[in-house]
Design a protein around this ligand. Structure first.
Ligand SMILES: *[C@@H]1O[C@H](CO)[C@@H](O)[C@H](O)[C@H]1NC(C)=O
Ligand SMILES: *[C@@H]1O[C@H](CO)[C@@H](O)[C@H](O)[C@H]1NC(C)=O
Ligand SMILES: *[C@@H]1O[C@H](CO)[C@@H](O)[C@H](O)[C@H]1NC(C)=O
Ligand SMILES: *[C@@H]1O[C@H](CO)[C@@H](O)[C@H](O)[C@H]1NC(C)=O
Ligand SMILES: *[C@@H]1O[C@H](CO)[C@@H](O)[C@H](O)[C@H]1NC(C)=O
Ligand SMILES: *[C@@H]1O[C@H](CO)[C@@H](O)[C@H](O)[C@H]1NC(C)=O
Ligand SMILES: *[C@@H]1O[C@H](CO)[C@@H](O)[C@H](O)[C@H]1NC(C)=O
Length: 634
């Protein structure tokens, strides 16, 4: 739960004559002419300690830019002292920084365990890419784990890319489309022809596998579960890690035994995307060798070595290479949630994280961070400016602030002008208007609800509404609800997910509150049936064609559920066990398969499909049981 509107405990800085010496000239460069000067910044207090508000900053351009924008507003307009620290090259490092860990980017020992934290804000958090670790931190450090203040307004993707010149060379020389994952199937293709050999990468440019996400045992376990590639990992003291034959590159099965066939793939940070790249390489038979470059080298290798690389948007680091994203099968959310990462990556909502206590330390800052939102354009403008001017992030951020006051001014004023994804909250629950309660704030809508625009006398805001029946919403801060799919329904409001149609029912439309009943005498084989065609006869009945009623199964025939004349003749298309069978001792012809005869002696008729006689004789009447020797079962 959120605490809101609590005591403002920003300490007022004592303006002693001699304390201003500490404000160094470089960091004191002000952006706003009328901004609050550094010597008047207030620190925050907790447990008797006085310290600046801590901002953990991801070690990549967008994170540096947006953190600088926030720092300027927090210091110069809200007057709160901010201390920014680079936390590492992965969003996960930022999660740990907020959780109070002292060495957030050291994968092997992040120095966690403190019950307090001096890091309070972390922007550009790719939470859903690292959902497993984020949830684990919530469990492991309940007192300090970061909390999300929702979307930053734009989305991002992280994926594998290749430089356009390699793509063009392959397509122009041999018509090979290197942007498709299937072109890397090593049963057919030799993609390494278009890339440099692994030996072109000096191993001193890489981080040893054991210092990267290759050692995340849980993730490696998932890798084995999804791919069955037990050779790709090794067990080190009870914990699984990716097996790197040379200590630096993990090789996919397709080139594991012949390194000359490997295409180098470089990633950075502590190993962005290693899990997804490993799974794709193995499942799609791609001869990839994956290594994690050091921070200095990550930005250079793709320009020096013909290779694939992990990159993300928005970012302009490799803009000169015109990178082209590798195309994989369409994103499958359910599969990803299950740990199966073979489909394309999703468009990720980039979130803003804060410490749990920021509302007590600096409520105005929490309010601000909650309202901060950038469009994709805002981000691109700043990135282009930084690339062209080569100015530091702070300077670029200031230029953007001075030119875009209409964007950020709404972050500061209008406490009850809630953005999309948020809704009016009166301290204990979400409310539908801002007429009654005085203490209103904006909070992210919870799962099972969505944010709806509300226009009233004060202008535009948003309220949280429960998802209506027939729909659901698994994530928080959502702008709408997802209609239940075919085969599903939801009969309650405010649901996180939809239910599957029960046995005997189906649903062939989206967004329904119930399922349709199979017509009389029919049922479905399992849950979640999508159409009336899934309804078939009950056991011990059979029908001749679809859409006529089911008849009792004649004597001498065994009729499992969903029996039809076609499955008697041709076998069930669903499962072998669902084929109706003639019982031993009975016989029918292929022409009149439902007209059963009892054989005497019964041993001449083994049963099975119609027209089956002992010894493979198939003519009617069976030579083995002549006309006089069988009779109508009735
Ligand atoms: C702001 O914090 C810094 C440490 O990051 C400190 O050196 C400086 O004195 C603080 N400013 C004020 C006005 O307290
Ligand atoms: C690899 O890099 C190291 C350090 O930069 C250098 O000393 C070494 O000669 C390089 N090796 C090769 C094969 O280029
Ligand atoms: C390794 O692969 C290359 C390229 O396909 C091939 O020319 C070479 O014969 C292979 N070597 C072995 C030992 O299979
Ligand atoms: C790769 O090609 C082989 C041979 O055609 C095929 O059997 C296999 O299914 C392909 N693999 C993938 C992942 O498409
Ligand atoms: C369904 O079948 C049962 C018996 O087979 C019958 O009593 C009932 O009236 C039927 N219901 C409908 C809706 O046809
Ligand atoms: C099933 O039969 C009913 C009436 O007998 C008819 O209205 C309907 O169109 C039929 N459906 C199909 C799929 O043939
Ligand atoms: C069984 O299969 C044959 C050949 O595929 C087809 O001609 C026939 O129509 C099928 N019978 C039924 C009842 O579906």
């Amino acid at each position: 739960m959120y605490t809101i509107g609590v005591i403002a405990c920003i300490a007022l800085a004592t303006l002693a004559c001699c304390s201003a010496v500490t404000a160094s000239a470089a960091s004191a460069a002000r952006c706003f002419e009328d901004g609050i000067p550094p010597q008047r910044f207030a620190n925050v207090v907790a447990d008797g300690d006085v310290f600046p508000l801590g901002m953990a900053v991801g070690d990549w351009p967008v994170a540096r830019l947006l953190s600088a924008v926030s720092e300027i507003i927090i210091e110069e307009l809200l007057g709160v002292n901010v201390s920014s620290t680079i936390s590492g090259g992965n969003s996960v490092d930022g999660f740990y920084a907020i959780a109070g860990c002292t060495r957030p980017s050291q994968v092997s020992d992040r120095g966690c365990g403190s019950k307090t934290t001096r890091m309070h804000i972390y922007l550009e958090a790719w939470v859903s890419l690292y959902r497993g670790e984020y949830d684990q931190i919530q469990q492991d450090f309940p007192e300090t784990a970061p909390k999300s203040l929702g979307s930053s307004g734009y989305t991002g993707t992280q994926s594998m890319y290749l430089p356009k010149r390699i793509l063009d060379f392959a397509i122009n020389s041999e018509g090979v489309p290197l942007e498709f994952y299937r072109t890397y199937n090593s049963s057919w293709y030799e993609p390494s022809e278009y890339f440099d050999k692994l030996s072109a990468v000096n191993l001193s440019w890489l981080r040893p596998c054991r210092e990267t996400r290759f050692v995340q045992s849980n993730n490696m376990q998932t890798y084995v579960q999804v791919t069955q590639d037990t050779e790709g990992v090794e067990n080190i003291g009870g914990s699984l890690m990716a097996k790197c034959q040379d200590g630096f590159f993990w090789r996919a099965p397709a080139c594991r035994d012949n390194v000359t066939r490997c295409v180098p793939v470089l990633t950075g940070g502590t190993g962005w995307e290693v899990e997804a790249v490993m799974q794709k390489a193995t499942l799609f038979n791609m001869p990839l060798a994956l290594g994690v470059a050091t921070p200095e080298r990550y930005y250079r290798i793709p320009t020096e070595v013909k290779s694939l690389f992990v990159w993300w948007a928005p970012d302009d680091t490799f803009v000169d290479l015109n990178p082209v994203e590798l195309r994989f099968p369409r994103y499958d959310r359910a599969a990803w949630l299950n740990g199966d990462l073979r489909t394309a990556p999703e468009q990720v909502v980039i979130e803003k994280l804060v410490s749990q206590n920021i509302g007590e330390l600096a409520p105005a800052v929490e309010d601000l961070v909650q309202k901060m939102r950038w469009s994709q354009d805002d981000v691109d403008i700043m990135l282009r400016d930084m690339k062209a001017s080569e100015d530091p992030a702070h300077t670029v951020a200031c230029r953007w602030l001075l030119a875009n006051s209409e964007t950020w001014s709404t972050w500061l004023a209008g406490e009850t002008a809630c953005f999309e994804g948020f809704g009016l909250f009166d301290g204990s629950s979400f409310v539908a208007d801002r007429d009654g309660a005085t203490e209103l704030a904006c909070r992210p809508c919870e799962s099972g609800s969505y944010s709806e625009e509300l226009r009233d006398t004060k202008g535009k805001t948003h309220i949280c509404q429960k998802c209506p029946v027939g729909s659901c919403q698994p994530s928080g801060a959502a702008a709408g609800c997802d209609l239940c799919n075919e085969g599903e329904y939801q009969d309650e409001e405010g649901a996180l997910d939809c239910k599957r149609c029960p046995l005997g029912r189906f649903q062939d439309e989206k967004g329904k509150s119930g399922c349709k009943l199979c017509s009389n005498g029919t049922t479905t084989l399992g849950l979640g049936s999508l159409s009336e065609q899934d309804c078939g006869c009950l056991p011990e009945t059979i029908r001749e064609v679809y859409n006529v009623s089911c008849q009792p199964c004649p004597e001498g025939l065994s009729c499992p559920v969903l029996s039809t004349l076609s499955s008697l003749l041709n076998g069930s298309a669903i499962a072998h066990e669902l084929s109706p069978r003639i019982r031993a001792g009975y016989f029918s012809t292929a022409e009149e398969p439902l007209e059963l005869f009892k054989c005497i002696p019964s041993t001449h008729c083994p049963g099975g499909p119609p027209n089956t006689c002992l010894g493979g004789l198939s003519a009617l009447p069976c030579a083995a049981c002549g006309e006089r020797e069988y009779f109508d079962g009735q």
